[in-house]
Structure formats: structure tokens, C-alpha cells
Design a protein around this ligand. Sequence first.
Ligand SMILES: *[C@@H]1O[C@H](CO)[C@@H](O)[C@H](O)[C@H]1NC(C)=O
Ligand SMILES: *[C@@H]1O[C@H](CO)[C@@H](O)[C@H](O)[C@H]1NC(C)=O
Ligand SMILES: *[C@@H]1O[C@H](CO)[C@@H](O)[C@H](O)[C@H]1NC(C)=O
Ligand SMILES: *[C@@H]1O[C@H](CO)[C@@H](O)[C@H](O)[C@H]1NC(C)=O
Ligand SMILES: *[C@@H]1O[C@H](CO)[C@@H](O)[C@H](O)[C@H]1NC(C)=O
Ligand SMILES: *[C@@H]1O[C@H](CO)[C@@H](O)[C@H](O)[C@H]1NC(C)=O
Ligand SMILES: *[C@@H]1O[C@H](CO)[C@@H](O)[C@H](O)[C@H]1NC(C)=O
Ligand SMILES: *[C@@H]1O[C@H](CO)[C@@H](O)[C@H](O)[C@H]1NC(C)=O
Length: 582
Amino acid sequence: MAPIRSSIFFAFVAVAVASAASPTMIVHESRAQPAHGFIRTGPAPDEQQLKLRIALKSSNIPGLESEVMAVSDPTSSRYGQHLTPKQVADYVRPTAESVSAVTSWLKANNISATSVTPAGNILQFQIPVSQANSLLNAEFSVFEHQDDSNNETSIRTLQYSVPADLSAHISYLQPTTSFSTPRVTPQLTAISTHRSNKRLNLDPSCADMGTPACLQAAYGIPSTPATQKSNILGVSGFFDESAKVEDTKDFLTKYRPEIANNTFEVTLLDDARDDQLIGGYIDVQYAMALATDVPLTYIGVGFQNPDGMEGFLDQVNTIINMTAETRPTVLSTSAYFNEDDYTLPMAQGLCEGYLQLSALGISTLFSSGRFGVAGASVICKDDGNGGLVFAPSGPSGCPWVTSVGTTQLVLDNYTPDNFSEIGSPVSAGGFSNYFPIPEYQKQDVVNYLATSVDGSYKGLFNATGRGFPDVSAAGLPFETFINGFLAIFTDNQPPASTPVFAAVIALLNDELIANGKSPLGFLNPFLYSADGRAALNDITEGKNPGCGTSGFNATVGWDPVTGLGSPNYSKLRKAVGLPDKA
Ligand SMILES: *[C@@H]1O[C@H](CO)[C@@H](O)[C@H](O)[C@H]1NC(C)=O
Ligand SMILES: *[C@@H]1O[C@H](CO)[C@@H](O)[C@H](O)[C@H]1NC(C)=O
Ligand SMILES: *[C@@H]1O[C@H](CO)[C@@H](O)[C@H](O)[C@H]1NC(C)=O
Ligand SMILES: *[C@@H]1O[C@H](CO)[C@@H](O)[C@H](O)[C@H]1NC(C)=O
Ligand SMILES: *[C@@H]1O[C@H](CO)[C@@H](O)[C@H](O)[C@H]1NC(C)=O
Ligand SMILES: *[C@@H]1O[C@H](CO)[C@@H](O)[C@H](O)[C@H]1NC(C)=O
Ligand SMILES: *[C@@H]1O[C@H](CO)[C@@H](O)[C@H](O)[C@H]1NC(C)=O
Ligand SMILES: *[C@@H]1O[C@H](CO)[C@@H](O)[C@H](O)[C@H]1NC(C)=O
């Protein structure tokens, strides 16, 4: 009897709501055109099932932002007192009113949704296209990208609506109006898949190549083994990358033979396969070689991304849900995207995810990209009037991440005490169109714009946006092992500057924890402080060309090519309050 009663009950609710008021719908998000390169090929089939996610407004993001600043600002009395997952969830959890308004609307439409985040701010449900079209006044269609050699299709709508009285409770629904630019799978085919000792045009001396020894010398990175097992360095791999175990071992055997037996943990999400077939994964190799004995977890993200953001948000929620024993204290990610691949509400939702990681005491480092002022791909942004403007990358525009640019060591006549460092032309940098300048870098950005950008760039970038990168490190050319071969990573690969900087932070955390202190957590308030910046090598040469310009210039102080500069380990040790070594 029970099932019948409950279906009668639901039918009654549905009728009651429907007759009470056919709700006034208002457009929640819309765009005039699909994203650059996408073409609509026709309507989406009515019966096709769509997995939709609805992000509810969090109850108190400003409150969480103040908390994160209070525990990340070295001058604060609460510095280092990172929050617990439960404390974070209390700020992120939507209000009871939001939850009840939205779930009642869904129930009235016979939809049951489940929460996919610990704080319950994102709900998921599955309905056919026909129902999604009527529920949201939408027109879900099939889109293809003209340059996608895999001919993958996306089901999207250029506009959707929600009941007017729910609008204030909803951040966004997806997949709807955002389009992810297809990824070009790294072409590693030039390297034979036969295992052999043959080397690719390699001069193994430090004179012309980044190697672990070279980076240790350049930045004073110690090779003393870390001791703290709770201090985990997380290294991300997006787009179903695989961190090949054997290549990592070969790499360590060559460059750090004393730790050649070190291994790493693996956490996979979004159906990542970690197939160990291609990809040596330079990030894991450098992170392990530099962060001696720091436990490392490779966090691999596959292609099945229900977050509609290529797994970036799925990864955040996976990390938030990890236990304290397995959660990293530093997260290093060399993947990036075009900032405007995602709509503003989605980008804000992801940035709130990094805010949560910051609150938990995680230092979240992202590569700024590798196409200079063109950001994450060679395609510059269309200004809407047929012109091209600079294309900031994401998630570097989020003020709660530390964005890492790329430098090059100039190693002519190399000795450990004689090298110079310049901004690499690949180093992506610029100004966000989505996020305003955060307080911690306001003076730097204002100074830079006033003194180091001539008038010819007016209109090409957003002078009120968050500037990035924050810091930088050498990233190319590097030696790496791929499929048993020693290869050279040059400027057509993503630079490995982020794991280098992340290794430095992981080693500092190890020493801090060993001295009874907290890990550094969100780094930027420290990095931009007088002590923080004085512990970095200011890089004053180099530029990051793109979009038909010579890009921005590196200069004295912060600049959108190299940020505040590259690390000096011994100075950083002092700046974070570690006692002098005996
Ligand atoms: C709700 O779904 C059930 C089960 O699929 C179905 O029997 C019922 O008719 C639906 N009710 C409404 C109002 O759509
Ligand atoms: C969090 O982790 C637990 C246990 O590992 C799992 O059962 C749960 O589904 C996860 N929750 C979310 C929202 O991912
Ligand atoms: C994609 O479509 C093009 C043109 O129709 C075709 O030549 C190509 O083989 C397709 N690629 C794949 C991976 O199916
Ligand atoms: C780091 O800074 C210290 C203090 O100025 C300096 O002596 C040292 O040479 C620097 N280390 C490197 C590797 O540049
Ligand atoms: C690595 O393990 C092998 C096999 O157990 C052992 O012979 C070797 O000495 C170890 N190497 C190091 C550097 O510990
Ligand atoms: C450092 O290298 C430069 C060339 O890059 C050379 O002119 C200079 O003499 C070297 N300095 C020392 C101290 O070796
Ligand atoms: C420039 O940045 C500001 C601050 O984030 C933003 O409000 C504004 O919309 C941006 N302008 C453009 C044209 O994107
Ligand atoms: C970068 O520096 C060069 C050389 O000093 C100068 O000519 C150019 O105007 C600068 N670029 C910008 C955008 O100001």
C-alpha cells in the first residue's frame, strides 16, 4: 500500500503547486553565441538523459573569506589556525530556506536530487532532454567544436530560466551555457615506444638544462629528507593523464639515486584510468625529486566530469572529503583553462572551492598557463567587435589560488653561484575579467599599471582584474622520462614550474610541522607581505608575447610575467619563522 500512497501524495503536491501558480520564469543565464569554435548541429534528442547539477548559493562566503584571511595573514593573531571540514561546511552549506525552496520545486516536477558535496551545496538529478527543456524554458542542442579531432559533441543550451522566486537561491545549473574548449592530447608519438637507452639529443650537464640538481642549486632547495608523514604533497593530473610508475623510478634513479625506491600514492576520480600507457608525467618526477621524502599523492582526474568543468570542481570536492590523514597540505596543478570557458557563476563556484581548500590549510598552486598573454591556448579572446584581446587563463584569476608563472635559468658558464633568471616567453600572465584585484596585491597591481604598461595596451586587458601570476619558478627546458626514454620538455609542453614551487612549500611545511607549527595554508597574504617578497628572487627581465603584441614586461617588483619572483629556500625558511639550523 505504501508505494501507492506516496505516489498519490506526489501527484497531489505536483497539482497543488502547478495550480497555485504557474511560476513566473526568469532567465538565469544566457549567451548570444556558443563559445568560440562551437557549431550547433541540431536539437538534442528528446529522450536523451541529461545529468544536471544545480549549485545552490552558499550561506556565508564572505564569512569564510574573512576566516581564511584571519588564518593566512602572518600578522593575524589567528595565523595558522586552519579550519576543520565541519567549520568550512557551516559556511558553505546553503540556508535551509534555499534547500527547501529548490527541492520543493524539483519535487513538484517529480524530480529527486541527491547532494554531491559534503556541504550539500550541489544537487544532481537526471531527466530527459524534453523535460529539461520544459523545466528550464531551455533549448538543449547538440554542439560540436570545429577543431575537435575526436568529434565529441556537447549538449548545451544558450539560455535557461528558473522560477523567479528561486533565482536568489541558485548559483547556476550545468551543463547549460558553458563550453569547454577541447583539449589537444599531448603528442608524444615522436618518441619511439620501444624501451631503450637511446637519448634524445641530450647534454646531461646542468649547463643547458633544468635538472633536479640544477634547481636545488638555483633555489637552495635542501636534499635533506623530510620527516613528517602528515605533510602530503598532492600533484594533479587532469585529462586522464597517467603518472607512470616506471618512468618515475627511472628518473629518480638517474637524478636522485638515494631516493630511487620512493613511491607515491594514487587517488583517481571521474573515471580516470591511470593506464600506465603513455605519459611519464614530469610533474610527479620533479615533485618527488625535489621534495625529498615528502609523501606524494597523485590525484588523477579522468574525462567523465559531472561538474561540467573538466573535473576541476570534482577534484576540489574529492579533496574536501578526504580524511585528515590523506588530505594534501599542498596541491600542485599544471593544468589550466580559458577563464571564459566557464560562465562567471561557475568560475565563482570553483573559486569558492579553492577558498574552502585554503580554509583547510591547503596551499593550492596552479600554473598560470603557457601562451603568454594568450593564456591557456593560442586563441586570443574575441572582443565582440571583431578585434582580439588578451585571454586570461583560469583558475589563476581566482584570488584564493597561488598562480605560478615560468622562468628560464640562464646558465651560460654555469656555476651554482652564477646564473641569472628571466621571465620565459611562455609564461602566461595578465588580469582576470571575472575577479577584481584582491586587497593583498592591490598596491602592486596599481603600481605596475601606472609605471610599466604603455598606453598602447588600453582595451586589451582588464585593469581592474586580479593580476597573475603571483610567483614563478623555472619550468623549461627540463629533462624527463617518458616511456623509458630520457626526453627534453621544451616550450611546446606545459612548463613544470608549479611542481618546483610546490616542492619548496612542501619542504617548508615539513620543517614547520617538525617545529610544532602549522603548515602554511593559503600563501598569498604571506608572499605579498614585506617578509614574503623579500624571500623571493625578483625577476626583472623577460616578457610574455601573444595576441600580436610583445606582451607584458617583467620589471622590478610584481609583474604579470613572473609575479613576485622565484624562491630562495633559505630566505623563505627565515621568513616563515623557522629557527636557524644548528
Ligand atoms: C512521477 O514519476 C512516477 C514514476 O516514474 C510516475 O508514475 C508519475 O506519474 C510521475 N508524476 C508526475 C506528476 O509526473
Ligand atoms: C565522502 O567520502 C565517503 C567515504 O569515503 C563517501 O562514502 C561519500 O560518498 C563521499 N561524499 C561525497 C559527497 O563525495
Ligand atoms: C571526425 O569527423 C571527420 C569528418 O567527418 C572524420 O574525417 C574523422 O575521421 C572523424 N574522427 C573521428 C575520431 O571519428
Ligand atoms: C639566498 O639568499 C641568501 C641570502 O641573501 C644568499 O646568500 C643565497 O646565495 C641565496 N641562495 C641562492 C641559491 O641564490
Ligand atoms: C632499493 O631497493 C632495492 C631492492 O630492495 C635495494 O637493493 C636498493 O639498495 C634500494 N635502494 C635504495 C637507494 O635504497
Ligand atoms: C657569470 O657568467 C657570465 C656570463 O653569463 C660571465 O660574464 C661572468 O664572468 C660570470 N661570473 C662569474 C663570477 O663566474
Ligand atoms: C573587468 O573586471 C571587473 C572586476 O572583476 C569586472 O567587474 C568587469 O566586468 C570586467 N570587465 C570586462 C569587460 O570583462
Ligand atoms: C616593454 O618594454 C619595452 C622596452 O623598454 C617598451 O618599449 C615597451 O613599451 C614596454 N611594453 C609596455 C606594454 O609597456
